[in-house]
Design a protein around this ligand. Sequence first.
Ligand code: SF4
Length: 511
Amino acid sequence: NCLSVKSELEKQLKDQGLDKEIMVVKTGCIGTCDIGPVMIVYPEGVFYCNVQPEDVKEIVEEHILKGRPVKRLMYTVPTTKKVVEKVDEIDFLKGQTRIALRNCGVINPDRIEEYIARNGYAALGKVLTQMKPKEVIEEIKKSGLRGRGGGGFPTGLKWEFAAKSQSPQKYVVCNADEGDPGAFMDRSILEGDPHSIIEAMAIAGYAIGASQGYVYVRAEYPLAVERLGNAIEKAREFGFLGKNIFGSGFDFDLEIRVGAGAFVCGEETALMHSIEGRRGEPRPRPPFPAQKGLWGKPTLLNNVETYANIPPIILNGADWFTQYGTENSKGTKVFAVAGDINNTGLVEVPMGTTLREIIYDICGGIPEGKKFKAAQTGGPSGGCIPEEHLDIPIDYDSLKEIGSMMGSGGLIVMNEDNCMVDVARFFLEFTVDESCGKCTPCRVGTRRMLEILERITKGEGKEGDIELLERLAKNIKATALCGLGQTAPNPVLSTLRFFRDEYEAHIKDKI
Ligand code: SF4
């Protein structure tokens, strides 16, 4: 639909003889999912939403030719019904601090010149001309950046381990196999700002001594694959990839590998098996990828959002980055907000922002005046946060303390109408479907848990079911081989912790 709006705009501008004076820029997604397609008219910055091809003529004739912005296509705040004219006045966008998403919705991802105009590849230039690999790693360590893909492992430390592994061949990998239901920030970055990932991976290659990188993207993201492919070609043409980059003697190149839709391939060892052309199943660690990764060589893996933070950290310095966030979780985090909420979409905020601020100040609260019941963070590995914790600052540690986790940043908001046992069942169903079947606790244990949940939600639950669920959950967490199984019980455990009465009501009242 966005593309048909764009074609209509180009046609209308041509019909009016304005096609030489006004530039139409196709960008990646700005993150305002529920009100797209959107169009911003500069220099005024007037923001139009839900634009259809048939609205375009009016925008051209009224706004562009007569200077009268079209009110009916402007954004209306759902709660106050106030009409907002300018893009920088919209709460959803103005409440954000965009570092990873800095170029999304701003530049044309297919034009490398636009990335360069926003300081693109300047960080790569800086490391190759002014910094030793060790200094790059020190800067990343100092920034406190932690992996944005789920685990929150310190990025600089990971880079250091890979750098210290001795081998003539090393690899840098980007995990773009974003599979959590509800998470789509990595997709948005790849579609809207692919050069930032290429630049970051080249920096990582220089820091650890690798000359080859792979981006593992899920097949369900064809536009991301296409734009990344275009960007890699352009980067080669401009000399940012390939041999002797910037005359520094450093060689680095990238290839894309497309995944085939298995959630477990987001797990790093399974992902590497898949790149090697083997069955995408996890293996025990150690050895860790930094010692023995792709084809047995030291390999550095980070996800898309983690890499997106690298160029600004190098350019602006670690001290700039640490001004955002909490003591142990620095910088910002992108959340994909969905569910019972007025404004859905991508929200990037400093770590430590409270759930209440995200839900009410940025995303406009719950529709139809309904009450907030819970927010699910971390997808199928995470947990549900009840109203009493709306004011905890969201960072890696505080989420863990209340039995949830950051995960990749999926945030599903639920109103008072939701049954939390159903929610737990939904996530467990997903994990059961996606279990690779390699180890018994996950393959069999999660299925048994699901059977119990199914009978509870059908009103056929028995006394002792809750205790059995808890016992199984504990055992699976302790014995499953990989992160998928180890975290699969989390949605059940967290709903049991905060909404046990709902489980009991199902069993007692046979509902
Ligand atoms: Fe496969 Fe699940 Fe075992 Fe991971 S925990 S290896 S997904 S069966």
